[in-house]
Unconditional design. Structure first.
Lengths: 473, 283
């Protein structure tokens, strides 16, 4: 899913994001390094401050601690605190060699003679002192030495709030500056990459244009400077032309297929026209011969009229099938009568039995366009007729079904070959050779959002086409 | 400095007509026990100016850390005279004589205070048993003898009664030690405590008087008995006794919160002698 989400982001944005990400990583690494150096500097400064503070006190306190002079130790601490009033020393306790408190700046907190361990145990040595904990005060301990002898120790709390605040402030500024620089680089990267990849965006837009078909890129949008991408876009344009040409050819082929269908019927239709002509000529002879017998003339004229009407119907059906301006007319039951008129002679010529069952009325059919449905039915009938043997049986059934119309053409022929089935059922490319009639059926059904089912059962082949009612109708 | 020189010259001219004789005289040395604001350079300087003017000669004020050092310097002749505490004076009664006794609040007497921190609930010495106590100096009357003799009356010694005692070598330090919480209680010169209340009210406000002693002889000015006839010593005595009548002396006395310096009366120190006796010491 994640992969899918990422791949939906335009490539220009993705590259810019990747660049921004890299910049952020770089910024973080740089910030980390600077912060570490800053931290080291701060710690050095803190240690120096603490060292000066503690060493100054140590020199003064050493002999006093050696003599365990409580008052003098207190006096020294008190004066040192007074001298640094409001400065760094917050609290100092001085202990003797048994770690008993001798004196503290705050005797109530560390009474004389009490145990100094609670103060010394959490304190750090001078060398290990660090302000990185973020605490506004640190506690440091140092031994008190007189003549190379440790006579006690001093524990002092030092105010490092200003150092910590300074460190936080510098860190904040650093992070802000880095974030700003990173954002700037990321944006600059985005614009640069977007500019460089603009032809790619154009290509992507034209590949998936409105309607899903690739469209030609205007020459004005092809960059002059970038020869590689210009070549790519021109190649794309050439391919688009080839695709257009192919679609055009297919369209023309489908158009021609209608004439092919009629062509296949032409011989039968010629018979259909020729056969009545003999009877009609006989009627003319009869009229001429028995011109004075009105009842015979009357009968012959009626015969003539019936024959001419039939010829008119046949020629109208042929003309209708050929007319291009029928596109958009709704399907009517009469269209099936036309089809029967066109196809019946062909079946009759082959001695095939035609079972014609149209159970759909005008309301069922009206939402479907006449031209493609006629083409579908005629092609399937011709196919069935070609497959069925002499004296075979061909059946057409048209019935309303589940929000649409179901057309079923059945024959007792040898069945469809694998190649024919491929043409009828799938959108895979058509293998060279063979007609395009079944593929045309497939494409027309797909265009009407219908579906085709093929059944082979007990020596019978059934092709069922379901066409849903168009929603708008 | 210029002003001081002017006064010095003026005083010298008033006393002795010949300045060259003045310059030839050796420096007169007066020692001060740390009874008062020994850290206050202005007070010391004003006192020195007043006495220089009064004596008509240059004098040097000598300060030491302990009473013992001052007493020792006086006895061995390192200094010509000293502002002593009554207690060391009485300890060396046979060798020393009084020059004058300061008058504070109308009388040449003062008290010793027993103090604690402001929040302490103690109502008397007995309540302070087992705490830490600050004395000023082992040779101080108000800063040691009074409390030690009170304890002697109770059959105690400072070491047995208190958990620990410390000497702070100055009355102001006793107040600091109590105010800062270093010790629970302290023995302090009442005159110093009152003077501090005016000069450093913030410090004194953190302490509270638990008890006050009887009125005892104010720390006197003294010199070696064998030098009492020395003209320099008699000049000093005159200058001391006449201080309140001179502008410079008045100014120094005001800074010291004193009214003047009175003729000595050895009976003023009977109270201290009695306490010394209680501590088992001879006068």
């Amino acid at each position: 899913m994640r992969h899918g989400t990422i791949s939906h982001i335009p490539i220009t944005l993705r590259v810019a994001l990747a660049m921004g990400g890299l910049m952020i990583v770089l910024g973080m690494v740089a910030s980390q390094q600077v912060l570490r150096s800053l931290s080291r500097l701060h710690d050095d400064r803190l240690r120096e401050i603490a060292r000066l503070h503690v060493e100054g006190l140590s020199v003064a306190l050493g002999p006093l601690v050696l003599h365990k002079d409580v008052w003098e130790v207190y006096d020294t601490l008190d004066r040192a605190r007074g001298a640094s009033d409001g400065q760094r020393m917050l609290f100092t306790v001085v202990a003797d060699d048994r770690n008993r408190v001798l004196a503290a700046t705050d005797p109530l907190r560390a009474p004389v003679d009490s145990d100094a361990t609670p103060f010394s145990k959490d304190a750090s040595d001078l060398s290990a002192l660090t302000a990185s904990g973020g605490e506004p005060q640190v506690r440091v301990r140092a031994p008190l030495r007189v003549a190379e002898r440790t006579v006690g120790q001093i524990v002092t709390e030092i105010d490092v709030g200003d150092l910590v605040a300074e460190r936080e402030q510098v860190s904040l500024y650093l992070l802000l500056a880095n974030a700003g620089a990173t954002a700037l680089l990321a944006f600059a990267g985005y614009f640069l990459v977007a500019r460089m990849l603009k032809p790619v965006t154009v290509l992507a837009q034209h590949m998936d244009n409105v309607g899903g078909a690739p469209s030609r890129i205007p020459e004005a949008e092809i960059p002059k400077s970038d020869t590689e991408l210009a070549r790519l876009l021109r190649t794309f344009n050439a391919m688009t032309g080839a695709i257009d040409a192919r679609a055009e050819a297919e369209k023309r082929l489908a158009e021609r297929e209608r004439f092919v269908s009629l062509g296949r019927l032409s011989s039968s239709l010629a018979h259909e026209i020729n056969n009545p002509l003999g009877g009609l000529l006989n009627s003319v002879d009869t009229i001429r011969t028995f011109a004075n017998r009105p009842e015979v003339v009357q009968k012959s004229v009626a015969l003539l009229e019936r024959g001419l009407v039939h010829l008119k119907d046949v020629s109208r059906a042929i003309l209708d099938e050929n007319r291009l301006d029928r596109v958009g007319l709704p399907l009517r039951p009469m269209d099936f009568d036309d089809l029967k008129l066109l196809f019946e002679p062909e079946a009759a010529r082959k001695g095939q039995y035609l079972d014609w069952q149209v159970r759909a009325d005008g309301a069922d059919l009206a939402s479907l366009p006449a031209a493609p449905v006629r083409q579908i039915v005629l092609n399937l009938l011709l196919n069935a007729s070609a497959a069925a043997p002499e004296d075979g049986c061909i059946r057409l059934s048209v019935a309303p079904n589940d929000g649409g119309v179901e057309l079923t053409i059945t024959d007792n022929g040898r069945g469809l070959s694998t190649q024919d089935l491929d043409r009828l059922m799938s959108s895979a490319p058509v293998a060279p050779g063979g007609g395009v009639g079944l593929r045309l059926v497939h494409d027309l059904v797909a265009g009407l959002n219908g579906r085709i089912r093929h059944d082979r059962d007990d020596g019978r082949t059934s092709v069922t086409v379901f066409l849903p009612r168009a929603a708008a109708s | 400095m210029r002003r001081r020189d002017f006064f010095r010259t003026l005083a010298a001219c008033a006393v002795l007509p010949c300045p060259s004789v003045l310059r030839a005289k050796p420096l007169f040395r007066l020692a001060l026990t740390p009874v008062f604001l020994d850290n206050d350079a202005v007070v010391i300087e004003r006192l020195r100016e007043a006495l220089s003017q009064g004596m008509g000669r240059e004098i040097d004020l000598v300060q030491r850390r302990t009473y013992q050092e001052i007493t020792g310097a006086l006895l061995d002749g390192s200094v010509d005279a000293a502002w002593l505490c009554g207690y060391p004076f009485l300890q060396h009664r046979g060798q020393l004589s009084l020059l004058g006794v300061p008058v504070w609040r109308g009388q040449p007497r003062y008290q010793s205070y027993l103090i604690t921190s402001a929040g302490d609930q103690a109502t008397g010495l007995e309540d302070l048993r087992g705490g830490m106590h600050a004395f000023s100096d082992p040779d101080s009357n108000s800063g040691f003898l009074v409390t030690a003799s009170d304890l002697a009356r109770m059959g105690e010694t400072p070491d047995s009664f208190f958990a620990r005692t410390i000497f702070t070598w100055g009355h102001r330090n006793v107040v600091r030690a109590v105010a800062g919480g270093l010790v629970r209680s302290g023995s302090v010169d009442g005159y110093v405590w009152q003077a501090l209340a005016a000069v450093e009210p913030g410090l004194v406000a953190r302490t509270r008087i638990v008890s006050q002693s009887e009125w005892l002889g104010f720390p006197p000015f003294a010199a070696r008995s064998d030098r009492m006839a020395d003209p320099a010593v008699t000049t000093l005595q005159r200058a001391l006794l006449g201080m309140d009548r001179m502008p410079a002396g008045r100014k120094a006395l005001d800074l010291l919160f004193l009214d003047g310096i009175a003729e000595p009366d050895i009976r003023l120190f009977d109270g201290i002698a009695a306490r010394m006796a209680e501590l088992g010491q001879a006068g």
